[in-house]
Design a protein around this ligand. Structure first.
Ligand SMILES: Cc1ncc(COP(=O)(O)O)c(C=O)c1O
Length: 308
């Protein structure tokens, strides 16, 4: 199972590209990972790093805070390696996610929904301090093995899949691992590649997996000098972009993928009006299937059906 992580397809958004002449729009389809999201990469790297430091089998329990995809990745990897997993998750997390975590056999500790991801982090820290012999605190927000996963895999894949032609890289910030690791390596390959970070435009937002850094605990692995630009996207704009992907490309992706497309289109429009060619690579972290029940794709009747 672990060998299935990574090597995801790079999808050409060939219909949407028509609106931005001269600019290619390519999306890394991270829902092809076995746990269904980009977070399989970070979780596999973090668990391998913890193992290399020595775990005492099932006496040690892997512990972290997560609001969704990382939890699924830890639970899946833990089950496959025979390691116990405890996860601190905000109580208002997607019920389907909670079901998946429990199906894999993870212990789930529900935290104050009003405190969101930060409340889950505080609870994980408290547990790690209170029971140092039981828990191995993986701390995805401060663990270099998180961004290194993307430095070693995601960036290499993008470089190879674009045959070195990538000009812009666009990714949302959650733990910031995807953006940090991929950007660092791509800039080593070619310092001219511009890297663009994406954040929600407000503290309260519907972009699961993404953080509004001004109002959140800033991850220790985040390097604020790395982005050439940060684009702030509203929930509405991200949802519209996700609908557009469904309508025009037949891709059902989550809100953070919509945010990545919305940011990429802002950038691509600027390039197109200035007649500057570009190869924009964005990350689509997960599928939209889980968000259907949350109403992200409601009112399909309001959306025109176009024949291509
Ligand atoms: C759906 C989704 N999008 C984006 C991200 C952000 O990725 P990263 O934590 O590498 O910044 C996450 C992280 O959990 C996520 O679950």
């Amino acid at each position: 199972m672990l060998s299935l992580i990574g090597h995801t397809p790079l999808i050409s958004l060939s219909r949407i590209e028509h609106d931005v002449p001269g600019v290619r729009l390519l999306a890394k389809a991270e829902w092809f990972n076995p746990g269904g999201s980009v977070k399989d990469r970070a979780a596999a790297s973090i668990v391998a790093d913890a193992e290399s430091r020595g775990l005492r089998g099932s006496d040690n329990v892997l512990l972290d805070a997560t609001s969704g995809n990382t939890g699924i990745a830890y639970a899946m990897i833990g089950r496959s390696l025979g390691l116990r997993v405890t996860l601190c998750v905000p109580k208002n997390a997607n019920p389907q996610v909670l079901g998946i975590l429990r199906a894999y056999g993870a212990e789930v500790i529900l935290t104050d929904p009003l405190q969101g991801a930060d409340g889950a982090i505080q609870e994980a820290r408290r547990l790690a301090q209170a029971h140092p012999d039981t828990f191995v605190y993986l701390d995805q927000y401060n663990n270099p093995a998180n961004w290194k996963a993307h430095y070693q895999t995601t960036a290499m894949e993008i470089w190879e899949q674009t045959k070195g032609t990538v000009t812009h890289f666009v990714a949302g910030l959650g733990t910031t691992g995807t953006f940090t690791g991929t950007s660092r390596r791509l800039k080593e390959f070619n310092p001219a590649i511009r890297v663009i970070a994406v954040q929600p435009d407000a503290p309260l937002h519907g972009l699961e997996g993404l953080k509004h850094l001004d109002s959140a605990l800033v991850p220790g692995i985040y390097d604020p000098t790395l982005p050439d630009e940060t684009l702030f996207i509203s929930t509405e704009e991200a949802y519209q972009a996700a609908h557009r992907l469904l309508d025009q490309e037949g891709l059902l992706v989550g809100p953070s993928s919509g945010a990545a497309l919305a940011a990429s289109l802002r950038l691509a429009n600027e390039l197109a009006v200035s007649h500057i060619p570009g190869v924009v690579v964005m990350v689509f972290p997960d599928s939209g299937a889980r968000y259907v029940a949350e109403g992200v794709f409601a009112s399909p009747g309001d959306r025109p059906f176009s024949r291509w």
